[in-house]
Design a protein around this ligand. Structure first.
Ligand SMILES: [Zn+2]
Length: 261
């Protein structure tokens, strides 16, 4: 089993973080086979998750889970982008059932969400994505992975495939909101540059968070697939016409994602 995760806490400023700092320490512990697939970041997915903390944390855990599930439900009912992605998944032959495909769980504090391609399930980290805006950011990001997994024969162990879907998730779900706000006070050239840089650095961080690879290897993979994957705007670019009111509305809700602080 391996995970695609959304590494950066959505409430953090996306641009100015040093990449290294975001690498979660537990991934250094390689499991059998020498590759870390993200088990350590999602302890509830492991058999040994019934740790000594389990009973102690149970009360708070339940409250967090209930709050998380409530936020997931609200996003599915009201978020334009989440609804858009639901529609895209459905029309691509992978309809999403919120009970079956989304799980609120306790995670390592370095991640706020993840996608488990084996169970085809999105993990929303109930201890990290603690409000509706953050949950919305996680859902949109992870639904891009789900869409890519549905649409393509993705091999998540292939670092190029991984880099590609992370580029797409950063491009469609994360950096577009950030740059939409910057549009007002930057020249087009700078806007384009900073958007691409946002996508690259966010994708790089995500790749590093789930794979035990060197930063150089991860950078090479991101650069290798960037031209192709950055251009691929499915399903959002196809379904929301550029400059249409839908797009504006969707992007204008960026504050809900926690990017305004
Ligand atoms: Zn991701």
């Amino acid at each position: 089993m391996n995970f695609l995760d959304e590494l950066t806490k959505s409430s953090e400023k996306p641009k100015s973080e040093p990449i290294k700092k975001e690498e979660p320490a537990p991934k250094k512990e390689k499991p059998e086979g020498g590759v870390a697939w993200g088990y350590d970041l999602y302890p509830e997915r492991r058999k040994e998750s019934e740790s000594r903390f389990a009973n102690l944390m149970h009360g708070r855990d339940n409250l967090e889970k209930i709050r998380c599930e409530r936020n997931v439900y609200k996003c599915i009912k009201t978020s334009p982008l989440v609804k858009l992605m639901m529609g895209a998944l459905k029309s691509s032959g992978c309809p999403m059932d919120i009970r079956r495909h989304i799980a609120c769980e306790e995670c390592h504090p370095s991640v706020s969400g993840g996608y488990d391609p084996v169970l085809n399930q999105i993990v929303v980290c109930q201890n990290m994505a603690t409000n509706e805006g953050l949950v919305q950011g996680v859902l949109t990001h992870e639904m891009i992975h789900m869409f890519d997994y549905c649409r393509n024969d993705l091999n998540f162990k292939n670092i190029d495939h991984l880099a590609c879907t992370e580029i797409r998730a950063a491009n469609l779900a994360h950096c577009s909101f950030v740059s939409a706000w910057m549009q007002g006070d930057t020249s087009f050239f700078n806007f384009k540059e900073s958007h691409q840089n946002c996508v690259k650095s966010k994708a790089l961080k995500s790749v590093l968070s789930v794979r035990t690879v060197s930063t150089e290897e991860a950078i090479e993979a991101v650069e290798r697939v960037f031209p192709k994957c950055y251009k691929d705007l499915e399903p959002i670019g196809r379904r929301i016409k550029r400059n249409s009111n839908d797009m504006y509305m969707a992007y204008a809700e960026g504050y809900l994602y926690g990017y305004d602080n």
